[in-house]
Design a protein around this ligand. Structure first.
Ligand code: HSE
Length: 443
């Protein structure tokens, strides 16, 4: 080390990268008091070297040479904050091959290529920190990995996408259509220019893949997690949910199911969910995130905070830097397995098929406002053993008009619900596909 401290190279000086530089500069003294030596950003690489980010880079080598940064002997930890798959993967693997520790916020990369990246890091004897990849500033990964290490994790429920939580909260409070709210979220900088991954639940599914590995030691493939986004929800769904006593949240849900013979299966899914207004997760509004984790010893726990944004996400990146710096200082790496379970203990675990999942459901039928329609719907549900708990019909249609009919069912198996909906959607009085939103109780 030419100077006292540990040298850091940052690839990607966007919002989060700039936040990392700010936090390291602003809190340099307190970090050194905790660590015993400074963390020094020695190199930054970004294709855009012109834009003024409002941070002092006078003592830093700043250019577009990411490969040079990785090879630089003064760089011990490489932070990858460019996002995406291909180039991020190449730099991450190159850094590991060069014997550098890596810190990343890239959940998409890890959800798809985690096994390869963690395997390479283990063989090279370096660490990969990724606290910032799930729920931004909330230290949820470190909490599962260390704070809850004594527990067999039973379940986790997370609001892990700030964009969708902002959109749902706004739709509920203003009654506006989704497109209007998404546009506002983009104007305010909450939503990406292309928010498809957020709105369709893909971002939350990436995060759930990582959480499920850490909570259950389950090697899940991101693509096998049933994922539904929020795009089909309409203002009437929020009014009806409110009348039924619920709020609508995009949840990532994972639960361990162990049968009498000890065989384990994992239930994992991402979808809009009605949750009771009295649940703690129901009061998580706007762009905030929260993850509820239940362990067999600790019982229910709840972690809340900003899931995105410059400084909250930088807070998580810097926490990883400090942890890795401590390891370097002690002359080691890999004190704690990155996915909480030792690599040999991670194993493929079968998923519970969605059809087997049981619970109450909210159904929005769109039907002609004619006498007898409700009877046909109730009859088809009854034939599949599905009871109705409550019904609301919104508005009065004229001759030939369709109206929404909102139904809360008694607990039913998803396969029975799907079969009933197939029947109902083929009825001549039903004019649009029925929207099903699952209900999660006991949160
Ligand atoms: N796009 C993500 C969200 C932020 O809206 O929560 C980072 O994961």
């Amino acid at each position: 080390m030419a100077e006292r401290g540990i040298g850091i190279g940052l690839i990607g000086l966007g919002t989060i990268g700039t936040g990392v530089v700010k936090v390291l500069q602003r809190n340099a003294a307190v970090i050194e008091q905790r660590l015993g030596f400074p963390l020094r950003v020695v190199r930054v690489a970004d294709l855009d070297t012109e834009t003024d980010r409002g941070v002092d880079l006078s003592s830093v080598r700043f250019d577009s040479d990411a490969d040079g940064l990785i090879a630089d002997p003064d760089v011990s930890i490489v932070i990858e904050l460019i996002g995406g798959y291909d180039i991020a993967k190449r730099y991450t693997l190159a850094a590991i091959a060069a014997g550098k520790h890596v810190v990343t916020a890239n959940k998409a990369l890890l959800a798809l290529h985690g096994a390869e990246i963690f395997g390479a890091a283990q063989r090279a004897g370096v660490d990969v920190g990724f606290e910032a990849s799930v729920a931004g500033g909330i230290p949820i990964l470190r909490s599962i990995r260390e704070g809850l290490v004594a527990n067999r994790i039973e379940s986790l429920h997370g609001i892990m996408n700030g964009t969708t939580n902002y959109v749902l909260t706004q739709m509920e409070s203003t009654g506006e259509a989704q497109e209007v709210v998404v546009k506002r979220a983009q104007d305010l900088g909450y939503a990406e220019a292309d928010p498809t991954f957020d709105l369709e639940g893909v971002d939350a599914a990436h995060k759930l893949t990582l959480l499920a590995a850490m909570a259950f030691g389950a090697e899940l493939t991101f693509k096998e997690i049933p994922t539904e986004g929020i795009s089909g929800l309409a203002p009437v769904d929020f009014e009806a949910a409110d009348e039924f006593g619920y709020r609508i949240k995009l949840l990532g849900i994972a639960k361990s199911h162990v049968d009498a013979g000890g065989a384990e299966r994992i239930e994992a899914r991402v979808h809009p969910t009605l949750i009771p207004k009295s649940s703690l997760l129901a009061s998580v509004d706007g762009a905030m995130n929260a993850v509820a984790v239940t362990g067999d010893a600790v019982g229910p726990t709840l972690f809340y905070g900003a899931g995105a944004g410059e400084l909250p996400t930088a807070s998580a990146v810097v926490a990883d830097l400090v942890e890795i710096a401590r390891e370097i200082d002690r002359g080691g790496a890999g004190r704690v397995a990155p996915l909480s379970y030792l690599p040999d203990a991670l194993r493929p675990v079968p998923l519970v098929p969605l059809g087997e999942i049981s619970g109450r459901a909210y159904l929005r039928f769109t039907a002609l406002d004619r006498a007898g329609v409700l009877g046909h719907i109730a009859g088809a549900l009854g034939e599949h053993g599905i009871g109705i708990e409550s019904v609301i019909q919104k508005g009065r249609g004229g001759e030939g008009d369709s109206v929404p009919v909102l139904v809360l069912t008694h607990p039913a198996q998803e396969s029975a619900l799907r079969a009933a909906l197939e029947r109902i959607d083929a009825l001549p009085d039903v004019t649009a596909p029925t929207r099903l939103v699952r209900i999660e109780e006991g949160l």
